[in-house]
Design a protein around this ligand. Structure first.
Ligand code: NAP
Length: 248
């Protein structure tokens, strides 16, 4: 990590799942990666595995729901590196139970979900934005979901038009809000080098889905990695999956 010329990325919630694989793929592309997570031992172990494979990865303790943790992490990155090139907002939770009607999901779960999936994304981004603006090619990638697509949810031909996928209203709404935040920030930064995009990784076999899904984790990480590595001609303010636009 002593090389100050290659790009520096920070991936939140990277101790497991799509975040871990995103960190691995970015590092394999020659990016220095800060593997962030809320559990000190878990991030140390995950970063240690990737360092053992010869990748330039460092652990960073960062709980996206804890303002002090966010502030301390941003201060540490500023002190050590002075800038950030890529921020992947990956950390998220799904606490609702499949099978319950939308109106029966408790309000406490809405608040818990929004604290992590929306307010965490906004607060982390605000904290690191000054460092991203020091990069010649800043990139922000927000891990959204097809379940954040209101157009898809309303389409009777979509797989989201089902009891199963209508039982996660807080999770889905949090991702719709992440999409809205994405276009707002992309607009604000439109005359800067910073590009801000949302991605649907695909329905991926991770802990979040109790191991269910259509994609293995390496494929689930690919869309986010591609958007993190966009060149200067790439788009901003988009919502995509594998290069295809997802309906808002
Ligand atoms: P996952 O396996 O459940 O992993 C979630 C990660 O987020 C874990 O590292 C977890 O850390 C971390 N996290 C949760 N709360 C946190 C907090 N307060 N601070 C920091 N880290 C926190 O999930 P995944 O399936 O890889 O999902 C990654 C992203 O893709 C999420 O944004 C998810 O919504 C999105 N997504 C996933 C799918 C899918 O099919 N898997 C589909 C669409 C979108 P701990 O280990 O400490 O809990």
């Amino acid at each position: 990590m002593s090389d100050q010329t290659s790009r520096l990325a920070l991936v939140t919630g990277a101790n497991r799942g799509i975040g871990y694989e995103t960190a691995r793929q970015l590092a394999a592309e020659g990016v220095r990666v800060l593997l962030a997570g809320r559990d000190r031992e878990a991030v140390a172990a995950a970063a240690g595995e990737l360092r053992g494979a010869g990748l330039a990865v460092r652990p960073l303790v960062l709980d996206v729901t804890d303002a002090d943790s966010i502030r301390e992490a941003a201060a540490e990155v500023e002190r050590t590196y002075g800038r950030l090139d890529i921020l992947v907002n990956n950390a998220a939770i799904r606490v609702e139970e499949y099978g319950r009607k939308p109106s029966q999901q408790p309000l406490a779960q809405w608040r818990e979900t929004f604290d992590t999936n929306l307010f965490g994304v906004v607060e982390v981004t605000r904290a690191f934005l000054p460092l991203l603006l020091r990069s010649p090619a800043g990139r922000v990638v927000n891990l959204s979901s097809l379940l954040g697509s209101i157009g898809t949810h309303g389409n009777p031909d979509s797989y989201a038009y089902s009891d199963m996928f209508k039982s996660l209203p807080a999770y889905s709404a949090s991702k719709s809000a992440v999409n809205s935040w994405t276009v707002h920030l992309a607009y604000e930064l439109r005359d800067t080098p910073v590009k801000v995009n949302a991605v649907h990784p695909g329905y991926t076999r991770t802990g979040m889905n109790d191991g269910e899904g259509e994609l293995e984790i390496p494929d689930g990480a690919r869309t986010g990695v591609a958007m993190a590595l966009l060149d200067d001609d790439g788009p901003t303010g988009t919502y995509t999956h594998r290069g295809e636009t997802v309906p808002w």
